[in-house]
Design a protein around this ligand. Structure first.
Ligand code: F6P
Length: 342
């Protein structure tokens, strides 16, 4: 049996840990031949492959990025794209594919499964917005990086008596903002699920001032928007899955605070620092468990499924149940965070 592996969409710390687990168990336990598919679905469209033997995965566990590369290629946006993929998979002798991705990449896996390509999914995104799983790998690392940033921003904000706004990733959901905000003791957390009111934000800062706290830290997810307003875009150009690029809401908030409070603000956009570099121990373990479970599903012939974490158990969920949906933040957690606002 020949098994292909691909990673698509934005990278997330832990992709290489998944690849390593899939390849090690695939070769050593099941005697499979493994093949790397380059740059997500593009590799199958263009017939671009790389060797994935034990040597290729040696030493990659702590590495960020993806040894296979990644892209946001959507084969359904290309004329005859799906047919080309089936043709190239057959030509390369690929019997099954382990697809590491978020909703877009796994959405393609679902459609391709229905067309006859044998796929197993692994949930990846730092945004943690995939349904069917408690955690996607990569999220824990992003939260750890954002929390460290908040700790560092606290000391400088306090020394300068400033308001500092940290803009983190999270296009449609505020998971990173919420968890890092709680862990980093943010004075306000603004997320896409809860449009914000600038008067309320200023009131939080005022409340702190009354207690003699002349600095504040605000975390905002890139997709957060003001009540009655729209998200702030960096660019309206859409990618192949129809996503615009968010960015700049931190600057909007910073300027509004300067206007209403007359207080000096600074804005930090954390950006891709949240996605780069080494995964945390938690993400290495989760990614390893996912990789092992994915190759086990291949061995069982259970295609059209995604491995998932529910409670502390690794389970499998039909891809058709997770596509086209989004896991928004846990509102009980948001209520906990709110206790510390202002
Ligand atoms: O993968 C999800 C994500 O990290 C979003 O939070 C963010 O908006 C987007 O990717 C950025 O993607 P790109 O790498 O295309 O800038």
């Amino acid at each position: 049996m020949k098994v292909g592996v691909l990673s698509g969409g934005g990278d997330a710390p832990g992709i290489n840990a998944v690849i390593r687990a899939v390849v090690k168990k695939g070769i050593q336990y099941y005697g499979y031949e493994m093949v790397g598919i380059r740059d997500g679905w593009r590799g199958l469209l263009e017939g671009s492959f790389s060797s994935l033997d034990l040597k290729a995965v040696s030493g990659i566990l702590p590495k960020g990025g993806s040894i296979l590369g990644t892209s946001r290629t959507n084969p359904f946006k290309r004329e005859g794209g799906a047919e080309k993929i089936l043709e190239n998979a057959e030509k390369a002798g690929i019997d099954a594919v382990v697809v590491i991705g978020g909703e877009d990449t796994l959405g393609v896996a679902h459609k391709m499964s229905e067309l006859g390509l044998k796929c197993v999914g692994v949930p990846k995104t730092i945004d943690n917005d995939l349904v069917g799983t408690d955690y996607t790998f990569g999220f824990h690392t992003a939260v750890a990086i954002a929390t460290e940033a908040l700790d560092r921003l606290h000391t400088t904000a306090e020394a300068h008596h400033r308001v500092i706004i940290l803009e983190v990733m999270g296009r449609y959901t505020g998971w990173i903002a919420l968890e890092a905000g709680i862990a980093g003791g943010a004075d306000a957390i603004l997320i896409p699920e809860k449009p914000f009111d600038m008067d309320e934000v200023c009131e939080y800062i005022r409340r702190r001032q009354k207690r003699g706290r002349n600095f504040s830290i605000i975390v905002v997810a890139e997709g957060a928007k003001p009540k009655g307003g729209a998200e702030i875009l960096y660019s309206e150009t859409v990618d192949e899955f129809g996503h615009v690029r968010f960015g700049g809401v931190g600057y909007y908030i910073g300027k509004e605070i300067e206007k209403c409070m007359g207080i000096e603000t600074r804005v930090v956009v954390l950006g891709h620092l949240q996605r780069g570099g080494s995964p945390t121990a938690f993400d290495r373990v989760l990614a390893t468990r996912y990789g092992i479970a994915a190759i086990d599903l291949v061995h069982e012939g259970k295609f059209g499924y995604m491995v998932a974490l529910q409670g502390n158990k690794i389970v499998s969920v039909p891809l058709k149940e997770i596509v086209g949906k989004r896991k928004t933040v846990n509102l009980e957690l948001y209520d906990i965070a709110k206790v510390f606002f202002g």
